[in-house]
Design a protein around this ligand. Structure first.
Ligand SMILES: Nc1ncnc2c1ncn2[C@@H]1O[C@H](COP(=O)(O)OP(=O)(O)OP(=O)(O)O)[C@@H](O)[C@H]1O
Ligand SMILES: [Mg+2]
Length: 339
């Protein structure tokens, strides 16, 4: 069975693409077959980190029906067992995928002949990114040791749990309306917590709520801290984990600590992942440790969500309009106080 590894971040430029490339190389070195899919639609640049020429058709070919199968888009890399699916900056409109296109891409990704399919996502919490993140129960979220990055990661997870809960109930149901209402109230700052919403749903919808809340309880995203400099920085990942568990009621596994390493920008300029050119460098060793951990514990089955073709014009859009759900005052991670 294919394990999808979506890689997301609330804030841009935190190292998702560099990590995707190096994690792919390291998993392949462990004997796994890996596909790296560039799903940063609109800002695709994974080919640069990998040193693959940007001349092959990418995901857009599927979106625009020039191609039926993602398997036909696989591009060889210089690493054995490591394959690449290009993104698309050239085709306008792919950044805003229609729901049925997103669903097709997800179905095709899960059918690829690989052990792992790594999804290099765009930054931010737009629902396209969040839906790709929810293609796994245990996607990777990359943070940097900075208050803004931790706050953005928190907002990303908050939007994700709302989206997960929303999509765990059938389309056009009263439950979804309740969730959307709750989210709009929160945007205006009512102060009610997400856990309170879960309690209300359990009380008012005794038949549909238990399976939906069960989905939520199986959601355990994983966080990777990148550009760390020392133990103090490592603590920021722990802060995020604590606040997420406390306020959103979901566990967050802290799976990786990657050091700031000047060899990383050089490797990007050289178009060769560090895990190939300097496997002994601090960053590459961190990526190898993460790969070993993921290889041993690939993560559980993806959440079972309702498919909702009309969500783009439905209650979700009404309530969220692609906004982040910012933390309430009582939810601000302690890490934000750090100088
Ligand atoms: N551990 C590190 N040490 C030093 N520099 C790093 C490290 N990780 C990433 N960088 C640098 O940070 C920059 C951004 O990295 P990258 O493009 O992977 O981020 P991203 O999260 O994919 O960005 P975007 O959100 O734009 O897709 C790159 O120039 C890279 O060289
Ligand atoms: Mg990127």
């Amino acid at each position: 069975m294919v394990t999808l590894i979506p890689i997301a971040s609330g804030k841009g430029g935190v190292g998702k693409t560099v990590l995707s490339a190096n994690l792919g190389v390291c998993l392949a070195a462990l004997g796994r077959t890996v596909v790296l899919a560039d799903l940063d639609l609109g800002g695709a640049n994974l080919h640069t980190c990998l040193g693959v020429k940007n001349r092959n058709p990418g995901i857009g070919a599927l979106a625009w029906r020039q191609e039926n199968s993602l398997a036909n888009l696989l591009v060889e890399t210089r690493v054995d067992r490591l394959w690449f699916i290009p993104g698309d900056n050239l085709l306008p409109g792919t950044a805003n995928l229609e729901y049925f296109v997103k669903r097709r891409i997800l179905k095709e990704l899960a059918r690829l002949p690989a052990d792992f399919v790594i999804l290099d996502l765009g930054a931010g919490s737009s629902y396209n990114v969040v839906d790709f993140f929810l293609a796994s129960s245990s996607g990777l979220l990359v943070i940097q040791p900075e208050a803004t990055s931790v706050l953005n990661a928190y907002s990303f997870l908050k939007t994700s749990v709302f989206r997960l809960l929303f999509r765990s109930f059938p389309r056009a149901g009263e439950e979804r309306r309740r969730i959307a209402d709750f989210a709009s109230r929160r945007i205006e700052g009512s102060g009610a917590s997400f856990r309170e919403l879960a309690r209300e749903l359990a009380r008012d919808f005794p038949v549909s709520a238990p399976p939906a809340l069960d989905q939520l309880s199986r959601f355990y995203p994983r966080v990777v801290l990148n550009e760390g400099r020392g133990p103090k920085d490592a603590a920021m990942g722990l802060h995020l984990r604590d606040i997420v568990t406390r306020n959103l009621g979901i566990p967050l596994e802290y799976v990786g600590f990657l050091l700031r390493d000047e060899a990383v920008p050089r490797s990007v300029a050289e178009r060769t992942p560090l895990a190939i050119s300097r496997p002994e460098s601090p960053f590459a060793r961190g990526a190898a440790a993460l790969a070993a951990r993921i290889s041993a514990q690939p993560g559980g089955a993806p959440p079972r969500l309702f498919e909702d073709d009309e969500d783009l014009s439905g209650a979700w859009e009404e309530a969220f309009r692609d906004r982040d759900l910012p933390p309430e005052e009582d939810e601000v991670p302690e890490a934000a106080d750090r100088p």
